[in-house]
Design a protein. Structure first.
Length: 177
């Protein structure tokens, strides 16, 4: 199948992964529908994202704004991961070009998940993703190994969908910052 589909993923996880890949590819070609879905069906995730975005914009830290692959990206802080808030992605500064590109694409993938999963997105992706991220940080701080971050369906499909979308945009040479 692809590099993010792992044999140990559950049956349901594999089905959700495949759904996200197919829907993400379709929405990537029809971004007008991505916008409409994020503002209607995905309004709960979008509202949470806008609330978080408002808090982040008020933080008294240096931020860098850009559009990457047609999606607004805000970079600030150091030594943390990324966050997607519907129409915005937030990524840490000073983590290296390759890491920043990977996280940006991954967070863009989460915006597609919000459009597809709508009101279920906070419960199926947003909350589990935040909890998982913090568990990984705690384990790493204690010197314990973590499984592959993309092993679970919602993280693997975010990386896969975001990367495929970015490559299609790069090939079209549109909105690349």
């Amino acid at each position: 199948m692809d590099g993010y589909s792992l044999k140990n993923r559950t049956f349901l996880g594999e089905k959700l992964f495949c759904l996200m890949e197919k829907a993400g590819a379709f929405l990537g070609e029809h971004m007008w529908l991505w916008v409409i879905l994020n503002l209607t069906w995905g309004l709960l995730g979008t509202s949470i994202g806008l609330l978080i975005s408002g808090v982040i914009f008020l933080l008294p830290v240096k931020k860098t704004y850009s559009r990457v692959y047609g999606v607004p990206r805000v970079m600030f802080g150091d030594n943390w991961g990324g966050l997607s808030c519907s129409f915005f992605t937030f990524v840490a500064n000073n983590m290296g070009e390759e890491w920043t590109e990977h996280v940006t694409r991954h967070e863009i993938g989460h915006t597609f998940q919000n459009a597809v999963l709508g009101p279920f997105f906070p419960f199926l992706v947003m909350i589990p993703s935040m909890v998982r991220y913090h568990i990984f940080r705690i384990r790493r701080a204690k010197g314990k190994p973590n499984p592959d971050y993309d092993a679970i369906w919602f993280e693997g499909s975010a990386t896969s969908v975001g990367s495929e979308y970015a490559e299609r945009r790069r090939d079209k040479k549109v909105d690349i910052a």
